[in-house]
Write a new protein. Structure first.
Length: 202
């Protein structure tokens, strides 16, 4: 597959705006990268002559625990920071898809297949994950899992309409996906979770 690059230039009115925007971007980029299409592998930011590279690469697909393992990180001035994620997907059956979308608001684009993607950060068990709708919201999942689905989100993209029937059905489907993953992990390892997936069982 041919690779190509896209370059964006931002010219704010004040120099301070550059630092502020870059700080905000840097704080979210590891999250932003998590559920982007696999073909997007690297983002480079140049500020005051200093280049920071943000990257993602796949370690393995469909390992013995059914997950894809990736690393997301950044590198600047010889210093590197990385974070590992295990990612699982569950695709809704035709009947599940029909039932969920029967309550969808008019603005929701119905995707086929309808899927839930769940990520676990095995080395970062103290922090809670967040919900995504392709890109990250600011809604916590309340556990060490990151969840991406075709949610009905608010216009600011920071929050989710948790009170509508469509999102409630999606969340029920998310819960069933987590349950399936737990059973898969336990079945593969004879009822005992390996150290890296143990946080799923807690």
């Amino acid at each position: 597959m041919e690779e190509f690059s896209t370059v964006f230039y931002f010219v704010p009115d004040k120099a301070d705006d550059v630092e502020k925007n870059l700080d905000e971007f840097s704080a979210r980029i590891l999250d932003i990268f998590l559920f982007l299409p696999e073909r997007i592998k690297e983002i480079s930011v140049v500020c005051n002559g200093i280049t920071t590279n943000y990257y993602r690469y796949t370690e393995s697909k469909l390992s013995e625990y059914g997950e894809t393992r990736i690393r997301i990180g950044k590198e600047c001035s010889g210093e590197k920071e990385e974070k590992r994620f295990f990612i699982w997907e569950k695709i809704a059956s035709d009947s599940e898809r029909e039932e969920i979308y029967s309550s969808a608001p008019p603005k929701i684009k119905q995707r086929d297949p309808l899927k839930i993607t769940i990520a676990l950060a095995p080395d970062d068990t103290d922090n809670e994950g967040i919900y995504f709708c392709d890109l990250p919201t600011e809604e916590s999942t309340g556990m060490n899992l990151y969840v991406d689905a075709n949610f009905h989100i608010r216009s600011d993209r920071k929050s989710i309409h948790f009170d509508n029937d469509y999102n409630k059905k999606l969340l029920d489907f998310c819960a069933s996906a987590v349950k399936d993953i737990v059973h898969w992990v336990l079945d593969v390892n004879n009822g005992v979770p390996c150290a890296e997936t143990a946080t799923l069982i807690k």
